[in-house]
Design a protein. Structure first.
Ligand code: PGA
Length: 241
């Protein structure tokens, strides 16, 4: 495991963007695993700027997002599908049909989870997967639990997560209570994993993920079992290391 500590959010975003761009430059049909949330916004912005200034193309790239809320369709402004279009896909030359995000309004959720898992297997392996972490240690929407869920599955969001994510909604009541998320095996099947974390609110989860015991109570701790993980942190997120 590699841990890189940068001075601030901008430097974390810059380095993360370089990982993404270099992956696409060295393999034009790369498969990317992508997160949403506040943390990766800077990375997407810098990748878009680089795309506009340089000769990189995403036309043969495939992407898999980590998760999606249940009950929000892709036109809902708080859906992760909407987020990805707004913050990344609509600015680059990626083909929409190569961007995969779980369908939060699928009729049969179990079938949707199986479909998504099979797609990752068929179109994968994911070359590089970027992750954020919740203050409670969740990765994707794998919440603290008594066991690790291996595959893409339906999850009930914890109160912590609903509270943390309510900033993207009008009020707490509007935050969906369930989500679809890649499981731990889906995440660990990526060839390379890059975890991004900034700010003091993540410092405890980062300490436990890097130095604590591997436990489903701290989902990020499972990354200790992967042989090619890089944590890119700012000083605040790294303060207990
Ligand atoms: P954030 O979310 O980047 O908005 O802090 C990270 C996460 O909850 O996984």
């Amino acid at each position: 495991m590699e841990v890189i500590i940068k001075d601030n959010y901008e430097e974390v975003s810059q380095l993360a963007a370089e990982y993404l761009i270099n992956t696409v430059k060295s393999k034009n049909n790369a498969v990317l695993g992508l997160p949403t949330g506040s943390t990766p916004m800077g990375m997407y912005r810098i990748v878009i700027e680089t795309y506009k200034d340089n000769n990189i193309s995403f036309k043969d790239v495939t992407t898999f997002n980590l998760d999606e809320y249940v009950g929000l369709d892709k036109n809902h402004e708080s859906s992760y599908s909407y987020y990805m279009d707004k913050n990344f896909f609509s600015h680059i030359d990626i083909k929409k049909e190569n961007t995969y995000i779980p369908n939060g309004v699928a009729k049969d959720m179990e079938e949707e989870c199986n479909l998504y898992e099979n797609l990752i297997r068929e179109r994968g392996p994911i070359d590089i997967l970027f992750l954020g972490i919740g203050p409670n240690g969740h990765i994707g929407f794998n919440e603290p639990n008594d066991f690790f869920e291996p595959h893409t599955h339906l999850v009930k969001l914890t109160e912590d997560t609903i509270l943390a994510n309510s900033r993207f909604f009008d009020n707490m009541e509007s935050v969906p209570k369930k989500a679809i998320t890649m499981g731990m095996k889906s995440i660990l099947s990526a060839k390379k994993i890059v975890m991004l974390a900034t700010g003091e609110a993540k410092s405890d989860a980062i300490l436990k993920s890097i130095k604590g015991k591997v436990t489903p109570q701290v989902p990020g701790s499972i990354l200790q079992l992967h042989n090619n993980v890089t944590f890119i942190l700012d000083k605040d997120a790294a303060k207990y290391l």
